[in-house]
Design a protein around this ligand. Structure first.
Ligand code: ZN
Length: 415
């Protein structure tokens, strides 16, 4: 096992660790540790809400989750010699749930998928599903099953939802200007269009005093992916992946967490992956001046890992950019098209006995493939969703004899 350079005691909040992490992006968050290019090390992570969600049959904790303190990140890790303009090379050597532990914290033998309430977070289908729901998943080695989704089991494509480098002061200021401009177009929208800096709940690593005040006032929230990497939620960032992150600040100041046992493309319920705490083993290196050399200016590039379950048969659903409720055409809108593909998949799954919320949870967590199929056939963008048949213990394919209807139990709901 490589040296642990950022340790987490899973019985304590991130705030109470000997070296706490952080939950905002800011160039002044002090490094927790410094590593050399070429080194291998382990980083331990809290689950992204810092342990607010329990292994139980009520979704009240998802409904009431305090998002001000999310995402709880481990780091920053300074890399010796890293300078703005370099590419930080990060190899994901291994990752998984909290090793050798079972317990009350997500990652200790179990994880969860949540559908956020429209009034507190929302999600991709929040107008259809405005309430909170939850599914608990039990880990069996590489495999996950859920008492809230009987009839389904699959191998997890484990990956980190969120890693990134610190922004420069200039880059952070640009984020704040452009995100505030978006918010200003509809400031009262629920859910919000974007999240501005928020002092409440800010954790700035070991910073205190005036530095912590700056981090709280100006630090960027961690929800979106941006020019530093950030919350990509790309399921293919699995073991064996090599990521090339832009470096915007001396030392790179690399941080992350939000580990996922599994996730479907799009992570559509917002908290749609199987969320867990755990560990990640990394190797880092530098390509000096690599941003200019390879034209990597706005976002990382990566070589996906090749460790993942192989599925060869799918039932696939199609969506186009039409609002079918009002028969309104949208112009080449891939978001609307993918939303329709998801709704079509949910409608289909309900014919086998699942509730709509169960099907929505399943599409967030299972290794589904989401594809942009066509964006030139005006006016309708076309997206498709590939649902692997092998994750079901019954035949999911359409046939003349009709769907296998059964009692599929229920997911956790809020009171
Ligand atoms: Zn996550």
């Amino acid at each position: 096992m490589p040296e642990v350079v950022f340790g987490v005691d899973q019985t304590r909040s991130m705030r109470d660790q000997s070296v706490p992490g952080h939950n905002r992006w800011h160039p002044d968050i002090p490094p927790a540790v410094t590593v050399r290019p070429g080194s291998e090390f382990r980083v331990e992570c809290r689950e992204w809400t810092d342990g607010q969600i329990g292994n139980n049959d009520s979704a009240n904790d998802v409904r009431d989750v305090d998002l001000d303190r999310c995402h709880m990140l481990s780091g920053p890790i300074a890399v010796e010699g890293a300078e703005p303009g370099d590419l930080l090379v990060v190899d994901i050597l291994d990752l998984g749930p909290v090793p050798q532990q079972t317990g009350d914290v997500a990652g200790q033998g179990w994880g969860y998928t949540g559908i956020f309430a429209k009034a507190n977070g929302g999600g991709f289908l929040t107008d259809r599903y405005p309430d909170a729901y939850k599914a608990i998943w039990d880990f069996h080695g590489q495999r996950a099953t859920s008492r809230h989704l009987p009839g389904v089991g699959f191998t997890g494509i484990t990956h980190p939802g969120l890693f990134g480098t610190a922004p420069s002061a200039d880059l952070l200021a640009r984020w704040n200007v452009r995100e505030r401009a978006l918010i200003a177009t509809d400031p009262d929208r629920v859910p919000a269009l974007a999240l501005p800096p928020l002092e409440s709940g800010t954790l700035g690593g070991t910073a205190g005093g005036e530095v912590l005040g700056r981090i709280a006032r100006d630090g960027a929230r961690t929800v979106p992916p941006r020019e530093n990497g950030g919350n990509h939620d790309i399921k293919n960032f699995t073991r064996g992946t090599r990521v090339f992150y832009p470096v915007h600040r001396a030392g790179a100041l690399f941080s992350g967490g939000d580990l996922h046992f599994s996730q479907g493309d799009g992570e559509i319920t917002f908290c749609g992956a199987i969320e867990m705490g755990g560990f990640i083993d990394l190797h880092v290196d530098l390509i000096k001046g690599g941003m200019e050399t390879y034209g990597v200016t706005t976002n990382p590039v990566f070589l996906p890992g090749n460790v993942e379950p192989r599925y060869s048969e799918f039932v696939s659903f199609v969506g186009v950019s039409v609002d079918h409720d009002t028969d309104t055409n949208l112009y080449n809108d891939a978001t609307v098209a993918y939303r329709n593909a998801c709704l079509n998949a949910i409608e289909y799954l309900t014919k086998f006995g699942y509730s709509g919320a169960q099907a929505y949870l399943l599409l967030g967590a299972a290794p589904i493939e989401g594809r942009v199929s066509g964006v030139v056939d005006i006016p309708n963008a076309c997206c498709s969703l590939y649902l692997p048949t092998a994750i079901f213990d019954f035949d999911l394919r359409p046939s003349a004899s009709g769907p296998t209807v059964a009692d599929r139990g229920r997911c956790a709901v809020s009171s």
